[in-house]
Design a protein around this ligand. Structure first.
Ligand SMILES: C[S@@+](CC[C@H](N)C(=O)[O-])C[C@H]1O[C@@H](n2cnc3c(N)ncnc32)[C@H](O)[C@@H]1O
Length: 321
């Protein structure tokens, strides 16, 4: 497979989860290589609309001409944490019928050594999804203090050897700047050898540094909170009024930290706050905003065989009420 390829995960369940209306308005908050976007667009009629967002200029630059020329489609370079702004600027607040967040990194980001995400391919230690914003991993590692580094590895990577790895990184950078992924990966492998585990010893540390450098959990939390403002509200079924279905949120996460955030967000947004439970009336801002749709969805064994990225994918779906 070419390094530019990215196979969309859980495609069928995402399309079902979004419950696409042909003339609806959809947002793909993480365009990547446009696999999900292309499939959504195929289900829209001439009145449908799809707005896609990605913070990575290479993802934006790789969008196929056929998509870019499609009048129903628009591609925005930016963060999904700016969702409300992008949707507000287009006068579509409250009119979005479905939002997809397919988080994390794409296959091309991981595969291209030059992006600096991979511990398997030596390249400049960058790891920024948007190389024009913020500090690269190399810049951050050059000055971070050991305690902060240990916390990042422990919290974002759930790395048991965080202390040992942080100490080794700080000692190594005093000898020579850490500027390549290969260098970092070697330092970690020496500090915390694999000892019979299948995973490469740098897996969790690279994940942790990437999550930190890109502010991934803050982006996710922020996009989730904004989703309830942009999604169309459902109207309750009443005689004489047309049924208006609420917009759907589909969030695919790839590790437990992200999934926990999505799960808790949907749970909290679906509940009445304790102090109002059972009360006849409740201020608008405290009313439940979402209802969960179905249970957690994971890839089938068949999909995992065809696409190993699907192994850790977890999809949760909710509907705006
Ligand atoms: C897993 S890929 C998405 C793949 C896509 N669904 C497809 O089928 O091709 C994740 C993409 O989301 C982008 N991304 C991740 N976090 C983002 C954020 N906070 N804002 C905008 N784009 C983000 C990444 O740059 C990457 O291109």
């Amino acid at each position: 497979m070419s390094s530019n390829a990215h196979v969309p995960v859980l495609l069928g369940p995402v399309l079902n989860g979004l419950r696409i209306n042909g003339d609806g308005c959809y947002v793909d908050g993480t365009f990547g290589r446009g696999g999900h976007s292309s499939a959504i667009l195929e289900q829209l009629n001439a009145n449908g609309r799809l707005i896609a967002i990605d913070r990575d200029p290479q993802a934006i630059g790789s969008a196929p001409q056929a998509l870019l020329l499609d009048p129903r489609f628009e591609l925005i370079r930016g963060e999904c944490a700016q969702l409300q702004k992008f949707i507000g600027e287009r006068n579509l607040t409250g009119e979005v019928d479905g939002l997809l967040l397919d988080l994390g990194v794409s296959s091309p980001q991981l595969d291209e050594a030059g992006r600096g995400f991979s511990f398997l391919r030596d390249g400049p230690l960058d790891m920024r999804m948007d190389p024009d914003s913020g500090r690269s991993a190399a810049e951050w590692l050059a000055t971070v203090d050991e305690k902060e580094l240990r916390q990042v590895l422990k919290i974002y990577g759930e790395e048991r050897n965080a202390g040992r790895i942080a100490r080794a990184i700080v000692a190594a950078r005093d000898a020579a700047p850490i500027e390549r992924t290969g260098q970092l990966s070697d330092i970690i492998a020496v500090a915390a050898p694999a000892r019979g585990q299948k995973r490469h010893p740098a897996t969790k540390s690279f994940q942790a540094i990437r999550i930190f450098i890109n502010g991934e959990l803050d982006q996710l939390t922020s996009a989730l909170h904004q989703s309830v403002n942009v999604l169309r509200r459902g109207t309750p079924l009443r005689r004489g009024t047309p049924l208006r279905r609420g917009g759907r949120l589909c969030a695919i996460s790839f590790h437990s930290l992200e999934d926990r955030i999505v799960k808790r967000f949907i749970r909290d947004a679906s509940r009445e706050p304790e102090q109002y439970r059972g009360m006849p009336s409740m201020p608008e801002e405290f009313r439940p905003k979402l209802k969960p749709i179905g249970k957690l969805i994971e890839a089938t064994a068949e999909e995992i065989t065809a696409n190993v990225r699907a192994r850790s994918a977890r999809l949760r779906v909710a509907e705006r009420i």
